[in-house]
Ligand binder design. Structure first.
Ligand code: KG4
Ligand code: ZN
Length: 288
């Protein structure tokens, strides 16, 4: 379904982008794309389109790592972080603490050993009967709830994450409560969402505090789909004030997957002449 949507949308999206930028396709002097990591079907559409543009317009083709692009989304608009900074990159497939030394040099300090933070939102949503992706829905429902249910937080390496245990404890909790009261989910939806979200955000922020302590770095940013979460954004701002951090939170449009961040990351590669050729192919999994 996702790749069919990509197929039917990609040309109209390019047309709208050119119109908004008041540009003609002939004004485009390079084309950037991501080969992955991600859903293969959708990647095939993007990679094929970028290759076709490069061939037909005779312009450079620039390959951008999906997760680097989430980090570099911070440079789409001011305020832009100074190097080095720590970036918590939280999406549907990844949860990483990245030490960003330059546009080109990034190091993973910690990551999830199982599920990603976005997956924890999405899988919880499935248990609650919510649509996919459930992150934004849980965010909205949580605003009218209180975090009165407690879930255990995982014990893993200082900068690593684990969300599969949380998923299991939410499942057991819901099964137990539904056995006592079959309307439990309906009657407590806002509080359940608030409690789950609160647990996830507490875990994420706790690791950021640890990363800052371990590295001495006080420039702290968040990126990726889950960085659109209102509680994460608010808590980062509050915690940042307490710890004298410079915090960086991208606009909503640059949090969830977007072409702008691919363009920004492509621009920095363009400056160094880092181009790829027509042999490039999409990859569902890729090294960082
Ligand atoms: O970065 P992204 O758009 O795609 C990937 O690269 O995976 O992230 C998508 C993820 C989904 O899991 C979605 O539920 C989550 O981001 N998400 C949110 C919010 N908006 C999107 N999670 C929590 N709160 C949100 N407001
Ligand atoms: Zn993404």
């Amino acid at each position: 379904m996702a790749s069919r949507q990509h197929l039917s949308n990609i040309i109209p999206v390019i047309e709208v982008a050119l119109k908004d930028a008041n540009m003609n396709i002939r004004d485009v002097y390079a084309t950037a794309f991501t080969p992955g990591p991600g859903l293969l079907g959708s990647l095939i559409v993007g990679v094929s389109m970028a290759k076709a543009l490069a061939l037909s317009l005779d312009i450079p083709l620039i390959e951008v790592h999906h997760m680097h692009a989430h980090v570099l989304a911070h440079f789409a608009e001011a305020p832009r972080p100074e190097f080095p900074f720590i970036c918590l990159t939280v999406s549907g497939g990844h949860t990483q603490i990245v030490l960003v030394k330059s546009y080109y040099d990034m190091e993973i300090l910690g990551s999830t050993i199982d599920d990603a933070a976005g997956e924890a939102f999405d899988k919880t949503g499935k248990m609650l009967g919510l649509d996919y992706p459930a992150g934004p829905i849980i965010d909205k429902l949580a605003q009218k709830g209180v975090p009165k249910f407690k879930f255990p937080e995982p014990q893993v390496g200082p900068l690593d994450f684990s969300f599969s245990g949380l998923k299991t404890s939410i499942l057991y909790f819901l099964q137990k409560e539904m056995a006592k009261n079959p309307h439990f989910i309906n009657e407590n939806l806002n509080d359940i969402c608030s409690s789950v979200q609160n647990t996830i955000i507490h875990i994420l922020i706790g690791k950021l505090i640890k990363a800052s302590e371990m590295t001495g770095i006080k420039n702290i940013g968040i990126a990726g789909g889950v960085s659109a979460n209102s509680q994460l954004r608010q808590t980062l701002t509050e915690v940042g004030k307490k710890h004298n951090w410079h915090t960086f939170i991208p606009s909503f449009a640059y949090c969830t997957d977007n072409a702008g961040m691919i363009g920004v990351a492509g621009y920095y590669k363009y400056l160094r002449g880092e181009f790829t050729d027509q042999n490039v192919s999409p990859l569902a999994r890729m090294d960082f």
